[in-house]
Design a protein around this ligand. Sequence first.
Ligand code: MSP
Length: 643
Amino acid sequence: MSEKQKFYITTPIYYPSGNPHIGHCYTTLACDCVSRMKRMQGYDVMFLTGTDEHGQKIEKKAQEAGVTPKQYVDEIVANFKKLWARLGITYDRFIRTTDDYHVEAVQNIFKTLYDKGYIYKSEYKGKYCTPCESFWTESQLVDGKCPDCGREVTDASEEAYFFKLSEFGPRLKELLLDEEKNFLNPKTRVNEMISNFIDPGLQDLCVSRTSFKWGIPVTFDEKHVVYVWVDALSNYITALGYMNDAHNDFDKYWPADVHVMAKEIVRFHSLIWPALLMALDVPLPKKIYGHGWITFGGGKMSKSSGNVIDPFILADRYGVDALRYHLLREMPYGSDCPYNNEMMFNRINSDLANDLGNLVSRTVAMAVKYFDGTLPVEKEFTDADNDLLTQLSELPSFVEENYESFHIADALERIFRVIARANKYIDENEPWVLAKDETRKPRLAAVLYNLLDAVRRCTILLSPVMPNTAPAIYEQIGASEANTRWEDASVEKMLPADVTVKKGPVLFPRIDIEKELAELEAMNKPARQLPEEPLKELTKFDNFASLDLRAVKVLSCENVPKSDKLLKFIVDDGFGERQVLSGIAKYYKPEDLIGKTLAMIVNLEPRKMMGFESNGMIMSVRDGDKFRVVEFPDDIKPGADIS
Ligand code: MSP
């Protein structure tokens, strides 16, 4: 390449509403793999990632944690950065949507769209939950009620700004159907976008909010903050200096070569984002790739499911490269992939320990054993080498195309097929038999040389996925910088004719699957909770008998305003209704308790809490660091006494 070609690749910017998990790793690893390959190919790469820090959810989480939104995200963003460092992610730039330059640029973008007439002021109509101060659409409601608190919602409207998305339907459809541009991948997502969104008619998009504060203020109407997706999507250009002075490489890197994400946000990237760019008169990104999800036990990740899925723990115990390889190898193009530890262990044992690790260690060991580590120059190559060599020569272009188009698992599968072929080549040529016959030494040298060179070529192609293992292998097989550049994977017999090998540590120790699973499971179990208090002293039966314990039915239940501990109940005690408070708001949603029959001490003296009178005590049992109410089956009548 005379002048370096540029390559601009992005991950989504992640919400720092909670700490990163294995799910976040796939996109970032896939982008890292492609970025590393592109750099090896001589491209000037800009790999952008970052965090999407505004919005109501984060505002709420911070409030619950008793800190400011910025304090809240700062801590989590630091954890994202720590994880990317641990996983060897080579991003070039990290954008935070709270960075001043981004805030300023988004304000400029919003104002420009307003001045151009693409953003206008109108009324947002929806279903409003007053206690939650939230607008909901019809489809978000659960049984016609607020999805957050379960209460009634009312029709309401508020002033808001809208983006004229409806104008862009035809141009977006043309973009998505343009075979040459091949804008959105995999292709199946094109139909989804057209039939679910464009064909039914795109609605104008509400792009400002007044119901919360944690966002970028609209400069010309400060009670509004910019809709979080307009704020977030803009990162791909503001990070390069679009409408700000912090960076100066917009002209160099834009348009992006590819935006990578999982399927749930393809809609924002393939409809809203191009429409915003069209309105701004900015060229469109070249490609969008929406991969599937890493799923956990068929759905959401769950700490109790027996899977330790903290990526830090996995990287520490099994090695970063094994984790990188596993995630990239397992995720099929465009579809979902379940994660579980056992699959990872099997993958490590079969591909990395058995196939790759053994190939390297056997070959190096034989070179040491039969030639003291340095192969003789005289070699006898034969037609028996051809199949392995042909497979090797076809490999680089296949891997390049497949990495670049995010068929990373297919590329890896093919590399390991060639590694398996090399292992078979050992068995076919029986070096241990050749070694017994002095006249066959040139043939033995050729067989070992072919194997070392096969390892060299495969390792180059694996290096974007396993960047720490590659140098370790090069050292063992006597490869050097001069024969491990990307293009060297296409060149046959590049190792020196008298190459010297060096035994090294085991690359991938075999995992004792049963033992590891048991250890991870033990780590997942909370330590046994010892009772907080020692057993109490003996007491008279009369003391117990003086308590009036009854089954009561919960008629209503709600949070006590300004208290994150207390729930206020109205219960039927069999004789009438009474109000009682209980400090279990952290463990239950009020609506989940309504209708339940619970155990209660009904003759405790009344007590005031947070301005409300409590008449009795609902009984709960400790469960680790939580409490659970003592419940009876539905057919137990309110007022039934407990003895
Ligand atoms: N902030 C938005 C994105 C704005 S981009 C302009 C957002 N953030 S997110 O934190 O929810 O991240 C979503 C992305 O994280 C997915 O699109 C995907 O790239 C990655 N993943 C998070 N969980 C995942 C899985 N379980 N499986 C695969 N990828 C997932 O949406």
